[in-house]
Design a protein. Structure first.
Length: 50
């Protein structure tokens, strides 16, 4: 619980850094979603070839 409180305090104290961190996290999540979708599409294409 202490770590969560410290994390929230740091995010509230450094608002600019928190916004950049959230944007970077959103971009990373988007890239991972694109990557996983690409893997699924490739697997389906390979199954259709077999």
């Amino acid at each position: 619980m202490l770590t969560l409180q410290e994390t929230l305090w740091q995010l509230a104290r450094n608002k600019g850094r928190a916004v950049i961190l959230l944007q970077a996290s959103a971009v990373l999540a988007g890239c991972m979603a694109f990557y996983l979708n690409n893997i699924r599409t490739n697997e389906e294409a390979i199954d259709r070839l077999a």
